[in-house]
Design a protein around this ligand. Structure first.
Ligand SMILES: Nc1ncnc2c1ncn2[C@@H]1O[C@H](COP(=O)(O)OP(=O)(O)OP(=O)(O)O)[C@@H](O)[C@H]1O
Ligand SMILES: [Mg+2]
Length: 289
């Protein structure tokens, strides 16, 4: 394809997305390589300059795990969610808010654009309640496991984000929330991104992760398009597991609640964000109603 063809293929998409809100979740697993993270940030800045309202929500799984292990703590997950005791919450806050969020804001500034780093605590963005104990299969028996300080989002107040977007800032959100008693809770970043996309009436929710999209049981092929019903069936059959469960749950809820499409894209490959948005075929999985 000629270079001008690439640009012309993008034109109808640029027109369609102009002025629309897009929520991009940067997976912790897609932020391990600084050079690639830098290109993702530049792609996001480009989206903003072609007229989209861009909100970034980030995870931090691998870095939180590394810090926990350095402090002699062994991380445990249930249904893709991290069991979070008081000390783990403190580590998660330090890593997410103090390090990753601030780092992303700096990268955006380095591209000549203004970003504002916030967490769900700011401006009542995310109000959550402690999640009920989860029923999990341990061998042959089903046990109830208390996840600790893990939150389930009850309410999203998008006012702060809307204000920042109107003033052309790129908001960068760390997935920590407050409950109604003012206690901090750890929120899965995929869930946070989905709820924020719904509250902002976003056009798209994009999950950047470390796999090429939603894959089959053998992990040999990627589904480029999935319907809600197909995604639900794949969760039921256990084909979608681990961290992909909250991701797909969030995508399904977003699409059911009016977000036009939700995508799962490999953020470890350069410019996948642009290719997913501005080419006919895309590169990852697109979930629609
Ligand atoms: N059907 C599936 N197709 C693709 N990946 C799957 C599937 N089922 C489970 N997975 C797993 O989901 C993982 C992605 O979720 P994970 O929570 O680990 O990353 P992330 O959400 O991008 O990062 P973070 O949680 O740090 O923000 C993949 O690396 C893969 O191992
Ligand atoms: Mg995850």
């Amino acid at each position: 394809m000629k270079r001008e063809d690439v640009l012309m293929e993008a034109l109808p998409y640029i027109q369609k997305f102009y002025g629309k809100t897009i929520v991009i979740k940067l997976g912790g697993h897609a932020m391990v390589d600084q050079n690639i993270l830098n290109t993702v940030i530049r792609d996001a800045v480009l989206l903003r300059y072609v007229g989209m309202k861009v909100v970034l929500v980030h995870g931090g799984g691998p870095e939180i795990t590394a810090k926990m292990q350095a402090m002699g703590k062994e991380p445990r997950f249930v249904g893709g969610l991290r069991i979070t005791d008081a000390e783990t919450l403190e580590i998660a806050q330090m890593v997410l808010v103090g390090k990753i969020n601030a780092g992303i804001v700096a990268l955006i500034a380095n591209c000549g654009t203004r970003a504002v780093g916030i967490s769900g605590n700011d401006g009542n963005l995310l109000i959550a309640r402690k999640m009920e104990p989860q029923r999990v299969k341990v061998g042959e028996t089903v046990e109830e496991v208390d996840l600790g300080m893990v939150g389930e989002i009850e309410e999203v107040d998008p006012e702060l984000l809307n204000g920042l977007l109107t003033q052309n800032y790129i908001p960068v959100v760390a997935p920590i929330a407050l409950d109604r008693q003012g206690r901090n809770l750890n929120i899965n970043a995929d869930t946070a991104a989905a709820e924020i996309a719904i509250a902002l009436k976003a056009f798209k929710l994009i999950n950047l992760t470390d796999v090429d999209g939603v894959m089959n049981a053998e992990r040999t092929m990627v589904y480029h398009r999935l319907s809600l019903a197909e995604a639900e069936a794949m969760i039921g059959e256990g084909i979608i597991a681990g961290g992909m469960i909250p991701k797909l749950d969030g995508c399904m809820k977003a699409v059911r609640s009016g977000v036009t499409s939700a995508h799962v894209v490999n953020g470890n490959k350069e410019h996948n964000l642009l290719l997913e948005l501005f080419t006919d075929l895309g590169v990852g999985t697109m979930l629609t109603l």
